[in-house]
Design a binder for this molecule. Structure first.
Ligand SMILES: Cc1cc2nc3c(=O)[nH]c(=O)nc-3n(C[C@H](O)[C@H](O)[C@H](O)COP(=O)(O)OP(=O)(O)OC[C@H]3O[C@@H](n4cnc5c(N)ncnc54)[C@H](O)[C@@H]3O)c2cc1C
Length: 386
């Protein structure tokens, strides 16, 4: 579709043009009404952007991860939010890497053209939290099916998805067994499951995120929907985490750029005491610092992308990119609201909305503390803390 270039400038331009049709008033209204951006997601799907990472043989664009990052960054840079649909871009990775040929041929073309939405990712549970090995949802083999019982929480976009990647325990933890083994990935067809053992309940959150809790009550899932080998699910889920972290980091960079631009614009335009507030160093310096920190984080995102595309699965760089980019967008949000003074709190300026939206990345999809623990243990060689 496009000549590849390091910065994917043609892709960025095309995505920015699409996003311009969905201005601030669009996102503000959705936020106020706690509504899903159906038209935006449809436009992205029709333009093929959500199929960027699916190989061409399955109907996707077969673009590298850096193109996916450019698409998501531009959405956020334009003031929008990709949280409603980014999973359609990357959740299929579990199926692509570990599914059988028959499963890939069955599902990927539909995911590529948007006829099938694979947007739900059921890993987190209320009691296990970050400790995935402690999850309690079970899938017990019964003839040609698995019977699933349990609960997930924070299963985002479940109401706007046809399929769900589900991690459940298929083998009880026995003495001496690692608790991260015995977990399996099932592809749940939510269209058949809803009302037949699957219940989805929305959770209202501080930003408009379409997240839910999901209950399984003797839900029957065909054994043919097991992805890869039984018991190896934790490894499969883990294998997609670095790509996800890099893509989310790109969204944070987009947020930071939007927030910094907004702060600079207001600092130049707002006059108090007879001069632009941006003439005061007390206003300039925090914005300049936020800009420098955003640029440094952006370099780490690029480093992680470069390594990923060179065939390494860069755990340290992907985690650092997510950590630094989430910090940069959080700092930019704080600075932007401060620069706007009282108006930063008014909905019509969109700053408070972005402030709420970008705060999420300190916690999800992986919290800052867990990234620091990873770096301390796996990069710096200090003892495991948990
Ligand atoms: C809006 C939203 C959308 C989400 N979407 C999805 C989704 O689609 N699918 C999905 O599966 N999950 C999803 N999540 C879940 C998200 O991945 C988790 O919230 C996140 O990983 C943190 O887990 P927890 O909330 O259970 O926190 P906990 O594990 O309970 O941790 C609470 C706090 O304690 C800290 N902590 C825990 N253990 C340690 C330790 N050993 N050392 C230091 N600090 C520690 C954590 O960093 C955190 O700050 C979503 C969450 C939110 C809020």
């Amino acid at each position: 579709m496009f000549e590849p270039d390091a910065d994917h400038s043609e892709i960025r331009e095309a995505v920015a043009k699409l996003c311009a049709k969905f201005p601030a008033t669009y996102w503000r209204t959705l936020d106020r009404d706690v509504a899903y951006p159906t038209e935006f997601v449809r436009a992205l799907t029709e333009a093929g952007w959500l199929a960027a990472l699916i190989p061409e043989e399955y109907g996707g664009a077969g673009l590298p991860l850096s193109a996916g990052a450019a698409i998501l960054e531009e959405i956020h840079r334009s003031g929008g939010n990709a949280g409603a649909c980014h999973a359609q871009m990357y959740t299929m990775g579990t199926l692509l890497r570990h599914g059988s040929e028959a499963q890939k041929a069955l599902y990927l073309p539909g995911i590529a053209d948007g006829a099938l939405r694979l947007q739900a990712f059921g890993v987190t549970e209320p009691t296990s939290g970050t400790d995935t090995g402690a999850l309690q949802t079970t899938a017990v083999r019964d003839g040609d099916d698995f019977v699933v019982n349990g609960q997930k929480i924070w299963t985002s976009r479940a109401e706007h998805s046809d399929l769900m990647i589900l991690l459940a325990r298929t083998t009880p933890v026995a003495d001496g067994m690692k608790k991260t083994s015995g977990l399996s990935v099932l592809l749940v067809d939510m269209r058949e499951a809803l009302g037949h053992g699957l219940t989805v309940r929305p959770i209202r959150t501080m930003m408009n995120h379409a997240t839910t809790e999901v209950f399984f009550d003797d839900l029957r899932v065909p054994a043919a929907n097991l992805i890869g080998e039984e018991g190896k699910g934790f490894r499969y889920i883990l294998s997609g985490m670095n790509a996800e972290r890099i893509l989310i980091a790109a969204e944070c960079i987009g947020d930071a750029k939007w927030l910094i631009e907004k702060a600079v614009g207001y600092a130049k335009e707002r006059t108090v005491f007879g001069r632009a507030i941006g003439q005061n160093q007390g206003i300039q310096f925090p914005i300049a610092r936020a800009y420098a920190n955003m640029r440094a984080a952006e370099l780490m995102v690029r480093d992680a992308l470069g390594q990923y595309e060179a065939g390494v699965n860069p755990g340290a760089e992907a985690n650092m990119a997510k950590l630094l980019a989430a910090d940069a967008s959080n700092e930019a949000a704080n600075v932007c609201i401060q620069t706007h003074g009282g108006f930063g709190f008014a909905e019509e300026y969109d700053v408070e909305r972005k402030f709420r939206e970008t705060r999420l990345y300190q916690v999800a999809p992986i919290s800052t503390n867990l990234i620091l623990s990873y770096l301390a243990e796996h990069v710096l060689g200090m003892p495991r803390s948990y």
